[in-house]
Design a protein around this ligand. Structure first.
Ligand SMILES: Cc1cc2nc3c(=O)[nH]c(=O)nc-3n(C[C@H](O)[C@H](O)[C@H](O)COP(=O)(O)OP(=O)(O)OC[C@H]3O[C@@H](n4cnc5c(N)ncnc54)[C@H](O)[C@@H]3O)c2cc1C
Ligand SMILES: NC(=O)c1ccc[n+]([C@@H]2O[C@H](COP(=O)([O-])OP(=O)(O)OC[C@H]3O[C@@H](n4cnc5c(N)ncnc54)[C@H](OP(=O)(O)O)[C@@H]3O)[C@@H](O)[C@H]2O)c1
Length: 243
């Protein structure tokens, strides 16, 4: 491990120096630590999405501490230079190569579900495939709006093509939409903030994070005729759930 960014007492980014591990933007790797004594397995591992762009170093993983969880509190307790294992193989289909072309790409994230979008949006691929890209970062509180500088640099690299919409659900925050993503789709606030239609005709949506958000958002999108994308049955919605 090379470093750890502490965004809040529960939100951290782990930086791991392992250039031999390769991945496609949007995929996840597996971080592991030695399992507690008496465990059946030698190592305790969990999947985490890469936040850095492929080919860059160090690898970075944005995660939240789940206090009762077996691994995330141990990862959060690591100090710079401490040991962590990153498995060699990356996996997952939450990648731009799996997404059909459209005018607009909507990247809808709750919490640490932001991570894979930061990797994807730091590669050229989505900008070649879509003329407009909207990134929504939905959190409970303003102090959880992490990665502001990275998001600003993505915007600066793609003027006119990129719209960032922060959402804060549990208190008012200047510049952010209130409430949750599905409600903001249903009442039209997301579209009006982006200045862009969200429809089966012009859009593809990628959803990542809280599985309840992914379910509820799929329902809101279904009301617009947008259905789940599958290789054999092309659609308008691609999902990744974290639990
Ligand atoms: C494909 C995939 C990619 C993932 N990528 C990330 C990532 O980039 N960042 C990240 O923080 N987590 C990610 N996760 C979740 C991660 O693998 C762990 O589950 C999480 O860190 C908790 O680990 P744990 O061992 O402490 O508890 P677990 O036993 O793994 O989980 C306990 C409970 O914590 C809750 N939980 C788990 N993950 C989250 C989360 N991210 N946000 C809120 N609540 C959660 C759920 O209620 C879960 O049942 C990913 C999961 C999957 C399946
Ligand atoms: N963030 C904290 O301060 C805090 C404190 C204690 C425990 N935790 C635990 O930490 C973990 C991660 O918390 P988190 O805040 O990163 O993630 P989270 O609970 O997924 O919340 C992130 C955002 O997703 C929204 N959301 C939740 N359910 C949704 C749904 N069905 N549809 C649409 N949006 C939805 C939340 O809105 P709402 O605010 O409306 O729910 C919030 O804006 C969870 O296990 C949580 O229980 C977090």
């Amino acid at each position: 491990m090379t470093g750890i960014i502490r965004w809040t007492d529960r939100l951290h980014s782990l930086q791991v120096d392992a250039p031999e591990v390769t991945f496609v933007a949007g995929q996840f790797g597996r971080l592991a630590l030695p399992a507690p004594p008496g465990s059946k397995e030698e190592m305790l591992g969990r999947p985490y999405s890469f936040v850095n762009a492929p080919g860059t170093s160090p690898h970075e993983f944005y995660f939240v501490t789940v206090p009762e969880g077996p691994l995330s509190p141990q990862l959060a307790a690591l100090e710079p230079g401490g040991p962590v294992w990153l498995l060699r193989n990356a996996n997952g289909f939450f990648t731009i190569g799996e997404v059909p072309a459209a005018d607009a790409l909507w990247c809808l994230a709750t919490g640490t579900g932001l991570g894979p979008f930061l990797s994807i949006l730091r590669t050229p691929d989505p900008w070649e495939k879509f003329s407009r890209i909207v990134l929504v970062q939905a959190v409970r509180h303003p102090f959880e709006l992490a990665y502001r500088e990275v998001i600003a640099s993505i915007g600066a690299a793609h003027p006119g093509a990129f719209t960032f919409i922060p959402m804060v659900s549990r208190e008012p925050h200047a510049g952010a939409l209130g409430g949750r993503i599905p409600a903001a789709i249903l009442d039209g606030r997301l579209e009006s903030r982006a200045g862009l239609a969200l429809s089966a005709e012009n859009s593809h949506a990628m959803l990542c994070g809280n599985p309840a958000m992914v379910d509820d958002t799929q329902k809101a999108l279904a009301a617009r005729g947008m259905r789940r994308h599958r290789r054999k049955e092309p659609g308008h919605v691609t999902i990744e759930t974290y639990w």
